[in-house]
Every structure is written in structure tokens, then in C-alpha cells.
Design a protein. Structure first.
Length: 202
């Protein structure tokens, strides 16, 4: 039996998003400053092209992925593997499944740069190597926000430019601004950084 057949994907809508294991992993896997507040994320699901998935091995919860499926590019927002499932190959299985889904299409994600001197440089380098090992490439595009530098990765055979990245951010901002103000937990921050991995190595 192949590794990919050992995991299964369950697509998540705004009702299923309230499952405790999903909510808990989302809020513990990513730094607060890199999160869209979870209530806002749930409200965005019906109005944005977000593929939110929960992943399981049998009945055991493995992790979550969120990909925003724009016409120009599929932006891999979030990827996290549950604590008890890390280091067992599940991160690799999920990433391979996601990449297979978008084969032949542009898939992009931004991660903390391994070229910036910082306290967590080893973690950044491991994360960067994990994605490159699975077929993504470093585009060389980098931006610094609030003192943290991020680098953009993309599917190996795709073309993705700095202007493409600006277009994705602008489209996200438009969707956010279209939401009723009273429904949002906080206003559009100008840029919501969506680090796509929480140590999924394994």
C-alpha cells in the first residue's frame, strides 16, 4: 500500500471548521501575528475560493491545509501537522497529495527566509529544505514585514513574479474589505502573513 493511500482528505466547510481539533491546531501551530483570526477565517470560507482540508490516517487526525485557489495562482496559506503525528512521514504524504492536486498549475507559498540571520535559523533552513526536497523551488522573491523576511516558493515548472505576488495580496485585501465590518474580529491589517508550515517535516 502506498504512503498516500494511508491518508485521507476531508474537505472542510464553515460548519466543519468548528471541529475542536482543527480550531486548536490552527491557533497553536502558527504565530498569532501570522494568523487570520479563526472566526474571520470561518466567515471567509463561503465567500472566497478556499480549499480547507482536514487530513486523517484512519481515524487519527493528521493535520490541516488551506489553499486559496485564485485563477492566477493557488496560494498555499497554511499547512500544519498535529504534534503527535510529526516525524512519522505524514507531512510528506500530505504535501505530495496537495502538490498532485495542483500539478500543472501554479502553486505558491511564502515561508520565513533561510537567508535572514535570526534565532530560529536552523528551523527555517529545515523547513526550506523540506519543501525543496518535495519539488518546490525558491523563486528568490523576498519581502520583509515587521522585521521578518519571507521568501516565496513555487511549483517547479511555474512562473511567478513579484507583480504576481502583489496581485494576490491585492485580491485578498479586496475580499477582506468586502466583508461586513461588524462581522470581522479585526480590520484588514494590510498584509496577513500566512506561513504555510508548522514543522511538518517527516
Amino acid at each position: 500500500m502506498s504512503g498516500e493511500s494511508m491518508i485521507r482528505e476531508v474537505r472542510v466547510d464553515s460548519d466543519a471548521a468548528l471541529m475542536p481539533e482543527l480550531h486548536r491546531l490552527y491557533e497553536t501551530a502558527f504565530p498569532v501575528e501570522e494568523q487570520i483570526p479563526y472566526p474571520d477565517l470561518v466567515r471567509l470560507l463561503p465567500v472566497m475560493p478556499i480549499a480547507y482540508s482536514a487530513w486523517y490516517a484512519g481515524d487519527s487526525f493528521v493535520g490541516l491545509t488551506l489553499v486559496c485557489e485564485w485563477p492566477t495562482a493557488n496560494w498555499f496559506w497554511y499547512f500544519a501537522v498535529a504534534d503527535g503525528m510529526r516525524g512519522r512521514g505524514y507531512g510528506s504524504m500530505v504535501l505530495k497529495a496537495v502538490m498532485a492536486r495542483y500539478s500543472g498549475r501554479v502553486l505558491v507559498l511564502d515561508i520565513e527566509s533561510p537567508r535572514q540571520q535570526c534565532a530560529n535559523l536552523e528551523q527555517r533552513c529545515c523547513r526550506h529544505a523540506f519543501y525543496l526536497r518535495h519539488g518546490l523551488r525558491d523563486t528568490g522573491l523576498e519581502r520583509t514585514f515587521s522585521g521578518v523576511t519571507y521568501t516565496m516558493l513555487a511549483s517547479a515548472d511555474s512562473v511567478f513574479t513579484d507583480s504576481d505576488y502583489e496581485s494576490l495580496l491585492a485580491e485578498l485585501g479586496r475580499c477582506w474589505e468586502a466583508m461586513p465590518r461588524k462581522e470581522l474580529a479585526r480590520p484588514w491589517p494590510g498584509r496577513t502573513k500566512a506561513t504555510p508550515a508548522a514543522d511538518p517535516v517527516g
